[in-house]
Design a protein around this ligand. Structure first.
Ligand code: SAH
Length: 397
C-alpha cells in the first residue's frame, strides 16, 4: 500500500449511492445519461416512484433485468423513515419522520371537502424564533434535503393509496410545516418542482403554496425561479408589534415586505397573495389592528390594480406548552373578519384541524437536536415562570 492510498478518504473511493429522491426530472435524465441510459428510462423510473409508489427495482418490470441490476449498483430510492404516525378524530393524519441522528420532523395531512392538503416541513427546527410558534422554541438543526422534503409527500401519497388521478386525495401541498422554506431555497424549489411535474405528483402550480415569514430578497428570487402560490406570515399591521412577534421584521419591515409581494404578484398576474394572521388574544385582535390591516391590504390591491390581489387568512392561535399567548375569543375573530370583509378585503378564518394530535399550525415540533441553545433558553424561561407562579400561589396562601 502506498502512502497516497493510505490517506484516501473511503467515502470518496466508495461514495454513498445517489438517492433518486434527490433528483428532479432534469437531474434524473442527467443521472441516467451518466450511466449510459436514455431519457425515457429516467421517465419510466419516475413513474414507478411517484405514480405507483414503488421503490424496489425488482418490481420495475418494464426495465429489463440488466438495467435493474445496473440501477441497484448505482443508486438507491430511499424515502424518509416513519417513526410514528397518528390519525386524528377529524381525519387529519400526522407523521413523525426520522432524519439523521436523533432528529425528526413532522408532516400533516388535512382532508377537507373535495380536497386534501399536506403540510410539509422544510427544516429541522427553525432559526427565526417567532415568539408564538412552537417550532420557534425548538431551535434549529439543519436544512432538509430535497429527498427529505419530497419524501414527506411520497409517504403521505403512499399512505393514501393508488387511486386514479382524478380521485386522488392529496390535492394541495403547503410549505407550512417546520422551518422557513426560503432559507432552504434550492432544495425547496427543487422539491416543489417534483410536486408539480406530471412525472412527479402532477399538482397544479397554484395548489402548491410556499409560506414565508418574509425574506424579501428570496421572495424576489422565488418570483423568477418558481411558479407557486405565495403566503406571507404577517400577523401584525405595524412594525412595532410585528417585530415583537416575528423578529425577522427588524431586517425586512412591513413596507419592504409588501413591496416584494407586489413585485411577486406583478410577475404572476392572476395569482393573489395570502397574508396569514394568527389571532392572539389582546395582542393583535382589536378593531384598530383590523383597520390598519385594511389599509395595508387595500394599498396592495391599488398597486396591483385589481380587487382581492391580497387575501387574509385568519388563524386562531394554537397553544403549546409554555406559551404565554392565548387564542382570541371567537367573537373577536368574527368581528375582525367582518371589519375586513366590510372593507372589501377577502378574509377567511382557518378552521383548526388536528389539534387533538398536536398537528395544528404552529404546534409541530418534531425532535430537534438544537444547535442554537434556544431550547435551553426557552426551558429556563419556563422554569422561571413556573417559579414565579409558585411564588404567587405561596404568597396568596
Ligand atoms: N416559516 C414559515 C412557515 C411555517 S409556519 C412562515 O413563517 O410562514 C406556518 C404558519 O403557521 C405561519 O403563518 C405561522 O406564523 C403560523 N403559526 C405558527 N405558530 C402558530 C400558532 N401557535 N398558532 C397558529 N398559527 C401559527
Amino acid at each position: 500500500m502506498t502512502d497516497e492510498s493510505a490517506i484516501v478518504n473511503p467515502a470518496r473511493v466508495n461514495p454513498a449511492p445517489v438517492n433518486l429522491f434527490e433528483l428532479d426530472r432534469a437531474g434524473m435524465v442527467a443521472f441516467f445519461a451518466g450511466i449510459g441510459e436514455a431519457r425515457y428510462r429516467a421517465e419510466q423510473v419516475m413513474k414507478w416512484i411517484y405514480h405507483r409508489h414503488v421503490t424496489n427495482f425488482a418490481e420495475m418490470t418494464d426495465l429489463g433485468k440488466p438495467l435493474r441490476a445496473k440501477l441497484l449498483a448505482a443508486c438507491v430510492i430511499e424515502p424518509p423513515k416513519v417513526v410514528f404516525e397518528k390519525p386524528s378524530a377529524d381525519g387529519t393524519h400526522k407523521w413523525l419522520l426520522g432524519m439523521d441522528g436523533g432528529n425528526a420532523i413532522e408532516a400533516v395531512f388535512i382532508p377537507d371537502k373535495g380536497r386534501g392538503t399536506l403540510c410539509v416541513s422544510s427544516q429541522v427546527g427553525c432559526g427565526l424564533a417567532c415568539t408564538f410558534c412552537s417550532t420557534g422554541t425548538q431551535g434549529f438543526n439543519r436544512n432538509l434535503s430535497t429527498a427529505e422534503i419530497i419524501g414527506q409527500v411520497w409517504v403521505a401519497a403512499k399512505h393514501l393509496g393508488n387511486v386514479p388521478h382524478k380521485q386522488r386525495k392529496l390535492t394541495n401541498v403547503v410549505m407550512m410545516g417546520m422551518g422557513e422554506p426560503l432559507l432552504n431555497f434550492d432544495n425547496v424549489v427543487r422539491a416543489m418542482g417534483i410536486m408539480r411535474d406530471d412525472l412527479g405528483f402532477g399538482l397544479a402550480n397554484k395548489r402548491v403554496t410556499l409560506s414565508t415569514a418574509g425574506l424579501v430578497p428570496m421572495i424576489d428570487r422565488l418570483a423568477v425561479e418558481s411558479d407557486v402560490s405565495l403566503a406571507v406570515s404577517l400577523h401584525a399591521p405595524n412594525d412595532e408589534l410585528r417585530t415583537q412577534l416575528v423578529p425577522l421584521n427588524k431586517k425586512y419591515p412591513i413596507a419592504e415586505l409588501l413591496d416584494a409581494c407586489v413585485r411577486y404578484a406583478q410577475r404572476k398576474p392572476r395569482t393573489s397573495i395570502t397574508f396569514e394572521y394568527t389571532m392572539m388574544k389582546g395582542v393583535n385582535d382589536k378593531p384598530e389592528h383590523a383597520r390598519a390591516l385594511v389599509k395595508l391590504m387595500r394599498a396592495m390591491d391599488a398597486k396591483l390594480q385589481r380587487a382581492n390581489a391580497a387575501k387574509v387568512n385568519l388563524i386562531p392561535f394554537n397553544p403549546f406548552p409554555g406559551t404565554g399567548y392565548e387564542r382570541s375569543d371567537e367573537i373577536d375573530i368574527r368581528n375582525f373578519q367582518t371589519l375586513l370583509l366590510d372593507n372589501q378585503v377577502l378574509t377567511m378564518v382557518r378552521r383548526t384541524r388536528g389539534d387533538d394530535i398536536d398537528a395544528a399550525c404552529g404546534q409541530l415540533k418534531g425532535q430537534v437536536l438544537d444547535r442554537t441553545r434556544r431550547q435551553e433558553a426557552f426551558r429556563r424561561k419556563l422554569e422561571l415562570s413556573a417559579l414565579g407562579q409558585k411564588g404567587i400561589v405561596d404568597a396568596a396562601a
